[in-house]
Design a protein around this ligand. Structure first.
Ligand code: SF4
Length: 317
């Protein structure tokens, strides 16, 4: 018997509903004060309101980490899974139910370390879902351990003398995968840009990978502090097919026109050169989408009967 206490089950009954941000709120977010995750949650709820996404047809999937608490704070369906495995769960949901709006929320450890194989292959599969990778350069939930994107030399509990290796570049990795179709970068402290980037990602048909530079005032206080205080360190990528926020022009004067259709230019812009670039690096709507390829048409009633008869005939005596 269906449990009528699930509030989402009654949502779809009102066709004329006008959903507000409050309809997507769930519980009090328990991230640290000043954590960038709060701004990312707000921007995401604003996106859900703008697109009027029915909560009962929307799913948030996460792995393990601070960022992975996201599904608890969004009033939609959610799956708080296991470390690094958010993407395969989300792909499974999307293949079985392509009508659902699927979002994945991962941290840098979750996505770029234990989940790295899933990240590469989900990019190649190109399912129509949005992946938010909240990059704070540390394992925060487990209290300050070196992650794949920790800056070289950053001390942590696992590498107290400083991270030994240069950080992995999530943008370059994604742009290097066959079939990558949408790659963007934004920052939690630029809410207008963050929101427009999420909107562009959602409206892209295919796998939209968004790296969100996320402040962690507990363990990587200085990681983005320079860029937060000095907008001159940031370069905005602007284009009609990308993200343009005219109101930001007064603050962010370094703007570069970049056509997101140009993969070679996207790879050059993703390469580390000391600049922090925000915008859509690459977008290609022409690539095959996984659930379109994988979907198996449901058999008709006559076909089901024929299949059943064939199976039962095996036992005829
Ligand atoms: S540890 Fe860092 S990432 Fe985690 S909730 Fe606190 S500020 Fe946010």
């Amino acid at each position: 018997m269906i449990d009528q206490t699930c509030s989402l089950l009654t949502y779809g009954l009102d066709e004329d509903r006008d959903l507000t941000m409050a309809d997507y709120e769930s519980g009090l977010a328990r991230w640290c004060p000043g954590c960038g995750d709060h701004a990312i949650l707000t921007a995401t709820q604003r996106l859900l309101e703008t697109e009027q996404l029915p909560p009962e047809q929307t799913v948030f999937v996460s792995g393990i980490g601070c960022a992975s608490r996201f599904p608890h704070y969004v009033h939609t369906y959610g799956f708080h899974g296991i470390h690094g495995r958010a993407l395969p769960v989300a792909v499974g949901v999307k293949v079985r139910r392509p009508d659902l709006h699927v979002f994945v929320v991962m941290g840098d450890g979750d996505c770029c370390s234990i989940g790295s194989a899933h990240w590469v292959h989900t990019t190649r599969y190109n399912p129509d879902l949005v992946a938010l990778m909240l990059d704070n350069g540390v394992y925060g939930l487990t209290k300050n351990q070196t992650s794949p994107t920790s800056p070289k030399g950053k001390p942590s509990n696992t590498q107290p003398r400083g991270a030994l290796l240069p950080p992995l570049n999530p943008l370059s990795v994604t742009l290097g995968v066959t079939n990558a179709s949408f790659v963007a970068q934004t920052g939690d402290w630029v809410p207008a840009h963050l929101y427009e980037t999420l909107l562009a990602a959602f409206r892209h048909r295919g796998f939209a990978f968004v790296r969100i530079l996320q402040r962690c005032p507990q363990y990587t206080t200085d990681l983005y502090e320079g860029a937060v205080r000095d907008p001159g360190l940031i370069e905005l990528l602007v284009h009609p097919d990308g993200v343009s926020v005219p109101d930001l022009a007064r603050i962010y004067k370094n703007q570069v026109r970049h056509d997101p259709a140009d993969l070679d230019a996207a790879r050059r812009l993703a390469a580390p050169d000391g600049k922090i670039r925000l915008g859509v690096l690459y977008r290609n709507e022409t690539l095959p989408v996984y659930e379109d390829i994988r979907s198996v048409p449901a058999p008709s009633r006559a076909e089901k009967v024929a299949l059943l008869n064939t199976e039962l005939d095996r036992y005829a005596v």
